[in-house]
Design a protein around this ligand. Structure first.
Ligand SMILES: Nc1ncnc2c1ncn2[C@@H]1O[C@H](COP(=O)(O)OP(=O)(O)OP(=O)(O)O)[C@@H](O)[C@H]1O
Length: 264
């Protein structure tokens, strides 16, 4: 095993297939503790799959993943690595919180209840503790006065901020953001990006973010990874990736992106 003890996430030769399609093709990838890493790349390149595998929403076909020093999709039994059972996966999930493109709030629950459910049922907090915690994170995302509303009474931007508060209330060490602003009207994107930016500046979280917001990726990331066809083509500090990409495929992608977003 690699002895880089700072790696809080480590993929080693990970393969993921859907039917005949190889979506991750022997991926090696590491994220260090406290690092803010952005994944960019063309549609279908496997970006969301990386996050979904980490959140244990998708399994892997081969390879090994470690999170916080422990195997994610495997566990040790009699000193041998065997496929993880549900109890191990449940335990490992506590390391991570995920924010989805489509918010995924429970529509029949108030904002407060959306945030308190998992801390009560998964972490065993009392209702009172969970409510205090919900309040703390609603304040952080600027929605302390919306706790009694239902998701349908909030704008998309507000719903996404609730989803961020809900993930944070589980006190994860790692936050995964899967295109958190893609489903939002343009005028609501800023408020969500501001919350993520504040989180990245004020909290010691490890963050892994898939985004098409290149300017934001530039602002927030310690490192940008350009994915194509299930592998990392190029990675480096945002200044380098955006200003002096070394690989032709990266240049092409960024050019296409600038063309698509340039004013007519
Ligand atoms: N559950 C699934 N069943 C079958 N194919 C899937 C499944 N999930 C993803 N795929 C396929 O795997 C490939 C990678 O998907 P993924 O969502 O990781 O790409 P992405 O880089 O995040 O793309 P986008 O930017 O469009 O979200 C795509 O071709 C997708 O159609």
């Amino acid at each position: 095993m690699n002895d880089d003890t700072n790696a809080i996430i480590r993929f080693e030769k990970v393969v993921k297939r859907f039917g005949d399609a190889t979506v991750l093709d022997g991926l090696d990838f590491e994220v260090h503790k406290g690092e803010k890493v952005t994944i960019i790349g063309p549609s279908g390149s496997g970006k969301s799959t990386v996050l979904r595998i980490l959140m244990t929403l998708e399994s892997i076909d081969s390879g090994l993943i470690h999170v916080a020093g422990k195997p994610l999709w495997h566990q040790y039994r009699n000193d041998k690595l065997v496929p993880a059972d549900e109890a191990h996966l449940r335990e490992m999930r506590k390391e991570m919180g995920m924010v989805f493109q489509q918010f995924n709030l429970f529509p029949h629950m108030t904002v407060r209840r959306n945030i308190t459910e998992a801390p009560v049922h998964v972490l065993g907090l009392s209702r009172k503790q969970a409510r205090e915690r919900a309040h703390e994170y609603l304040e952080l995302v600027g929605l302390a006065d919306q706790a009694d509303k239902f998701p349908s009474q909030l704008s998309g931007g507000q719903q996404q901020r609730v989803a961020i508060a809900r993930a944070l209330a589980m006190h994860p060490n790692i936050m995964l953001f899967d295109e958190p602003t893609s489903a939002l009207d343009p005028e609501l994107v800023g408020e969500v990006l501001n919350v993520i930016q504040r989180l990245s500046e004020e909290h010691d979280l490890t963050m892994l973010l898939v985004t098409h917001e290149m300017q934001f990726a530039k602002q927030i990331s310690d490192r940008v990874c350009f994915f194509d066809q299930g592998n990392i083509v190029e990675q480096g500090p945002p200044e380098q990736i955006f200003s002096e990409p070394r690989q032709e495929r990266t240049r092409e992608f960024l050019r296409g992106f600038l063309d698509a977003t340039a004013p007519a």
